[in-house]
Structure formats: structure tokens, C-alpha cells
Ligand binder design. Structure first.
Ligand SMILES: *Cc1c(COP(=O)(O)O)cnc(C)c1O
Length: 324
């Protein structure tokens, strides 16, 4: 068992870690915070605003000093930089402004495509950003968050659960995943969007069954550029993978995901993904999700039928050169 499973157990959550819904409503939380006269977790008034919400919340949660470093296995610098960049109040305003701009883009794209806004889910891709940012985004009403590395996401999901125990939070895995991480991922992820092989699907199905939790929502990541290095299931193998997932106890096939190929026209790539999605739905009527579109191309994705956009940079800011 990994550290984070043990930590989840220590934190009094059931074996499944953070996968269960808390049943809490975001609005309850926001109202409570508002009644308390301060945003978010906030003891900030008496600290002169130099300490981030995150550090304080972590300290209240019984961890020393600046919070996370000891138990997160080497993400200290990412976290430290991000925490230093942000102060709770300023950061919340910055995120609120970015969220409003992204929302406006999604609304315009839906209107242009003759689609309803509620046909498109917004996933905030929070990789490399601290749990305190996720907490602030939950205060702003977001519920769905995506990560691409198990070792970063597991501890972050736990931290968010400590920072915002009332918030309804759903975590989505969108990154390349090795089979040996399956047991760890199913503890924090509500959905895995990056299933691209039968071997991985099999490992996830086994992990879910071992954990004894309800079926895990999965999307098949389709490769639109036939470049195996970038992940994704080749289109020629997609039907076989879908059939395998549908028959494997423990997995719930919800649809497809793709990343537009580098240097190609995203509209053309998303049109091909839409065809793949239609074909998949013929055999698997429940597989209705089409996850496509990121900060740079969400309009094209929505125009081609995306039901889910994954937005990192436009919401949270740049990740720097070293980050994925
Ligand atoms: C990082 C990432 C995103 C978000 O990309 P942005 O361009 O920062 O919006 C979306 N999908 C996947 C799979 C990612 O890894």
C-alpha cells in the first residue's frame, strides 16, 4: 500500500480513499465561508496575509510548518514555487477572473455550435499546481479536476479533501498510466480518461475489484496521430479495447478522449474523433462522453461535439518549461 492509502486510512476515510463522493454541496461550503466573513479556509486576517491559506490549512491538519513537503515525495519545489506565487486572496481573484474568461469562451463556443452550455463539462487540469488552488476553484464552484501523474494526484486529492471536506470534488486521470499504478490510481480517481490498452484496462479492472468499489468510469484515449510515444489507442484497435472494457467487471465505459496532434489542424482531428465516438456508440450506447479540447483549442472541440474540455493554462496559468 502506498503512503497515500495509509494517509487516507489515517484521515478516517474508508478503504477506497477519496473516491467516494462526500455528498457535500459546493454552495453549502461557499455559504459557510461567506457567513464566516472570509473566503475559503481563511485564518488569513491575523497573519498579515503573508502565509498562504494552504500552509495554514495544512498546519491545522496537523502537519508542521509549510505543510506538504514531508509526505509528498519530492514535489516540494513545484509546490513551494506555486505557493509563493500566490497569496490566498490575490490568487482567488486571479482564478476567478480566469474562470470567468474560460466560461465566456465555452458559452460562446456552445452558442456558435447551437449547443447548450450544460452539454459541456469543464475539467480544470491542476497538474503542477498546489491543492490550495484546487480548494479555491471549488470555492468558485468547480467540481471536476484532472491530473496526469498518479504520484502527484494522490496526495493532492487528500490535501483537497482536508482543505475542503464539504466540497464535492471529482478527480479525473488524464495522463499516461503504467499498469503498476492501477491500484494507486483507483484510490483517488473517479474517472480514468487515458485507457489505451487492454493490458491497462485489465489492471484497472482488477484494482477496482480488489478495492471493492463500484465500477470505475473510463474513457478510451484514442490516438489521432498514430504516434505511439504520445499515448492513445490506435483506431484500428479501438473496437477490441471497447469490447474488452465492456466485458470486464469493474469498469464503466463512458466514451473517448483525445489530444489534438501537435502541428495539425485541431478541427480536423476533433472531427475524426467525433466519427470514432459515433462508431463506438453504435456498440456501446452508454459511451457518450467525448473529451477533447484544451486551453488552445476548446472552441474547435466544442464545435465538433466535445462533451468535456480539459483546461489547464487558461485557468491556472503557465506551467513553465519543465512541466508536462
Ligand atoms: C495538461 C493537459 C491538458 C491541459 O492543457 P492546457 O493546454 O494547459 O489547457 C489537457 N489534457 C491533457 C491530457 C493534459 O495532459
Amino acid at each position: 500500500m502506498s503512503d497515500h492509502g495509509e494517509a487516507a486510512a489515517r484521515a478516517g476515510r474508508p478503504g477506497a480513499g477519496v473516491r467516494q463522493e462526500t455528498g457535500g454541496r459546493v454552495s453549502d461550503h461557499g455559504e459557510a465561508a461567506a457567513r464566516a466573513g472570509r473566503p475559503g479556509a481563511g485564518v488569513r486576517q491575523d497573519t498579515g496575509g503573508r502565509v498562504s491559506d494552504h500552509g495554514e490549512a495544512a498546519a491545522r491538519a496537523g502537519r508542521p510548518g509549510a505543510g506538504v513537503p514531508q509526505d509528498t515525495g519530492g514535489r516540494v519545489s513545484d509546490h513551494g514555487e506555486a505557493a509563493a506565487r500566490v497569496g490566498g486572496e490575490d490568487r482567488k481573484a486571479e482564478l476567478a477572473e480566469a474562470l470567468a474568461a474560460v466560461e465566456a469562451r465555452i458559452e460562446r463556443a456552445c452558442a456558435a455550435a447551437g449547443r447548450r452550455r450544460d452539454e459541456v463539462r469543464l475539467l480544470a487540469v491542476t497538474k503542477t499546481f498546489p491543492a490550495s488552488d484546487v480548494a479555491l476553484l471549488t470555492d468558485l464552484g468547480l467540481t471536476d479536476f484532472a491530473e496526469n501523474r498518479d504520484q502527484e494526484a494522490g496526495p493532492k486529492a487528500e490535501e483537497v479533501a482536508e482543505l475542503r471536506p464539504e466540497a464535492r470534488v471529482r478527480w479525473h486521470m488524464v495522463g499516461r498510466l503504467q499498469r503498476n499504478k492501477a491500484r494507486s490510481v483507483v484510490r483517488w480517481a473517479h474517472e480514468v480518461q487515458s485507457v489505451d490498452s487492454i493490458r491497462l484496462a485489465d489492471a484497472l479492472a482488477k484494482a477496482v475489484r480488489a478495492q471493492g468499489t463500484p465500477p470505475l468510469a473510463v474513457l478510451i484515449q484514442a490516438s489521432l496521430d498514430a504516434d505511439p510515444a504520445r499515448g492513445g489507442c490506435p483506431l484500428s484497435e479501438l473496437d477490441a479495447l471497447a469490447g474488452y472494457i465492456a466485458g470486464a467487471g469493474g469498469l464503466d465505459l463512458r466514451g473517448v478522449m483525445a489530444v489534438a496532434p501537435l502541428g495539425a489542424d485541431p478541427a480536423e482531428a476533433f472531427a475524426r474523433l467525433a466519427e470514432v465516438a459515433v462508431r463506438l456508440r453504435r456498440d456501446h450506447p452508454g459511451a457518450t462522453e467525448v473529451s477533447a479540447g484544451m486551453s488552445g483549442d476548446l472552441e474547435q472541440a466544442i464545435a465538433r461535439g466535445a462533451t468535456c474540455v480539459r483546461v489547464g493554462t487558461a485557468l491556472l496559468g503557465g506551467r513553465g518549461l519543465a512541466s508536462p
